[in-house]
Design a protein around this ligand. Structure first.
Ligand SMILES: [Zn+2]
Length: 466
C-alpha cells in the first residue's frame, strides 16, 4: 500500500560540501548560495533525481489529475527514476490546465499540498485566454524567494542597494517575488509597482535608486521620459536593471537602447506564472539565462518528433517542478523556444543556460504568406534604427477585395517628414531580410502608439472572426 504522505514535508537531501577554495572564491563574487550555484554536475543530477522521485510519488498519491495522466499513458511511478526518464511522461499544456479548472473549479485536481499549507494565489496574466490559477505553499514562497534572490545576486544586486521595483504588485507573480528577494538580500525596496512614470523618475532622482526592475517596454518608456525632461542618465545613481515579463532584453538592439537610455547594465530574466516568477536569469557575463536546476528539471523538446533535442539544438522548453509543493507541474510545455548549454559559465556557475535567452514564444508566432516569424524579429529591426521610436505594432487585417491577410508593421518616426520615404524603403528591405516576407509599413508620428507599464501587446489582430 502507498504510504500516506499527506503530512510529509519535502525531503531535500543535504548538499555536498564544496571544494573549500572554490567556496571562498565564489562567496566573494555575486553569489547568494555558492555551494549550490557551483555544485558539480554529477551531484546536481543526483539531487535532481532524488527530488524528482519525491515529486512523482506525491503527485501520484494526491492528485487525480496526474493519476489519470499516468494511467492514460500506461506509465507507473516505478518507471520514472531519474530526469532522463521524464521523456516517457506526457506533457502538461496550459490549455489542459485551463480545461481542468473549468471542469473542477476553482483550482483543478493538480493541487498536491493540503489546503492548510496554501499561502498565495497567483493566476497567470491571461494574455492568451482564461487565467490559470497557481498556488504557492509556505515552502514554495521560501524556495521562490531563495531562487529569486539568487538570480538577483547573479546580475549584481548587493546588500544595501535601493531597488525600485517597477513590476506590478497585483496578482502577477513578479512584483511579490522580487520584493521578498530584495528584502532577503538586504536591500532597501521601493514598491512603486508598474505605474506612474513621473514618480518613477522622481525616485530615480531621490533617494536615487541603484537597481530598476520592470518590463523592457516600461524601461524604454522611462528612458524616453527622462530624455523628454532633459535629465541626463549620468545624473542618476542607477547602476543596473533586470527586465523581464516579456521578450526584449535578449535582443541586442533593445538591450542597447535600455542601457544607453538609463545609463546602466541591463540583464534579462525569464519566468512563467505556472512555473515561477524568476527561475532563470543572466549573470554579469550575459552569457544566457542560468536555470535554477536544483529546483527545476529542464528539457528542450523537438515539437515535431517530441524527442529530446541534443545540447545546442533549438526546441520547446519543457519544465518539471522538483520541489514545488502546492501546484507542481510535471513536464510543463512552455511554448517558448530555447537552446540549452550545460557547459560551465565563466561566472563559475554550473547550472545550465538558455543561450541567447528565449528565442521565440510560440503563442506570438505570426504566419503571413507562408512565412513564420516572431515579434522579437520585428523588434530587432525596428530598434536598430535611431530614427524610429521604441514602440511598434504588428497589425493583421484582411483585404476587402482579395480576402488575403495583410500584415502591417506600425512604428513611430523621430525624423522629419521629408526623410520618411527613404526610411520606409530601408526598413522594408531590412524587415524582408529578417522575416523572409515583406510586410506593409506604416510610419506614424512619434507618441501615437500606446505606451504600457505592463506587458506590451505587439500583435493586433483586426481580421474578421469566423
Ligand atoms: Zn554565468
Amino acid at each position: 500500500m502507498e504510504k500516506d504522505i499527506r503530512n510529509e514535508r519535502p525531503f531535500f537531501p543535504p548538499l555536498p560540501e564544496p571544494n573549500s577554495k572554490r567556496g571562498q572564491t565564489m562567496a566573494k563574487g555575486n553569489f547568494y548560495h555558492p555551494r549550490i550555484e557551483g555544485i558539480n554536475r554529477k551531484a546536481l543530477r543526483e539531487l535532481q533525481n532524488e527530488r524528482l522521485r519525491w515529486q512523482i510519488r506525491r503527485c501520484l498519491a494526491r492528485s487525480e489529475f496526474y493519476q489519470e495522466k499516468f494511467k492514460k499513458a500506461g506509465i507507473k511511478a516505478s518507471q520514472i527514476n531519474n530526469v532522463d526518464d521524464l521523456v516517457h511522461l506526457p506533457v502538461v499544456t496550459k490549455q489542459e490546465l485551463r480545461d481542468e479548472q473549468i471542469k473542477h473549479p476553482p483550482f483543478g485536481r493538480y493541487t498536491v499540498a493540503p489546503a492548510k499549507d496554501w499561502r498565495e494565489l497567483h493566476p497567470s496574466t491571461g494574455t492568451t485566454g482564461v487565467p490559470v490559477n497557481t498556488i504557492w505553499s509556505e515552502k514554495d514562497v521560501e524556495n521562490i524567494t531563495e531562487v529569486t534572490a539568487r538570480t538577483m545576486r547573479s546580475f549584481g544586486v548587493r546588500p544595501g542597494d535601493i531597488i525600485q521595483n517597477g513590476f506590478s504588485y497585483g496578482l502577477w507573480v513578479a512584483g511579490m517575488s522580487t520584493h521578498y528577494a530584495g528584502e532577503r538580500i538586504g536591500c532597501f525596496v521601493i514598491p512603486i509597482g508598474a505605474s506612474m512614470t513621473g514618480r518613477q523618475i522622481d525616485y530615480l532622482l531621490n533617494p536615487g535608486s541603484t537597481v530598476l526592475l520592470c518590463t523592457p517596454s516600461f524601461a524604454l518608456h522611462i528612458a524616453e521620459n527622462l530624455r523628454e525632461r532633459g535629465i541626463s542618465p549620468k545624473k542618476l545613481l542607477l547602476r543596473l536593471g533586470s527586465f523581464g515579463g516579456e521578450g526584449g532584453t535578449e535582443t541586442n538592439a533593445t538591450r542597447r537602447k535600455i542601457e544607453e537610455g538609463l545609463g546602466i547594465d541591463a540583464y534579462d530574466y525569464y519566468g512563467l506564472a505556472e512555473i515561477a516568477p524568476t527561475f532563470a536569469s543572466e549573470c554579469t557575463a550575459q552569457a544566457g539565462l542560468h536555470f535554477a536546476e536544483d529546483h527545476y528539471a529542464i528539457e528542450i523538446i523537438n515539437p515535431d518528433t517530441l524527442e529530446r533535442c541534443t545540447e545546442g539544438e533549438m526546441g520547446v522548453l519543457v519544465i518539471t517542478h522538483l520541489t514545488r509543493e502546492a501546484t507542481p507541474m510535471l513536464r510543463y510545455w512552455t511554448n517558448d523556444y530555447a537552446r540549452y548549454d550545460s557547459a560551465r559559465c565563466s561566472c563559475g556557475r554550473t547550472h545550465g543556460r538558455a543561450v541567447g535567452g528565449i528565442l521565440g514564444r510560440a503563442d506570438d508566432m505570426v504566419i503571413y504568406r507562408g512565412a513564420k516569424f516572431y515579434p522579437v524579429q520585428v523588434e530587432k529591426v525596428v530598434r536598430s534604427y535611431r530614427e524610429l521610436g521604441d514602440e511598434f505594432l504588428i497589425e493583421m487585417t484582411r483585404d476587402g477585395s482579395t480576402f488575403a491577410d495583410v500584415c502591417t508593421v506600425v512604428c513611430e518616426c523621430l525624423a522629419p517628414g521629408s526623410e520618411r520615404m527613404a526610411l520606409e524603403q530601408r526598413l522594408r528591405k531590412d524587415l524582408k531580410e529578417e522575416l523572409l516576407v515583406t510586410p506593409e509599413i506604416r510610419i506614424e508620428n512619434f507618441g501615437t502608439l500606446e505606451r504600457t507599464t505592463f506587458k506590451a501587446k505587439r500583435i493586433v489582430d483586426k481580421r474578421p472572426k469566423g
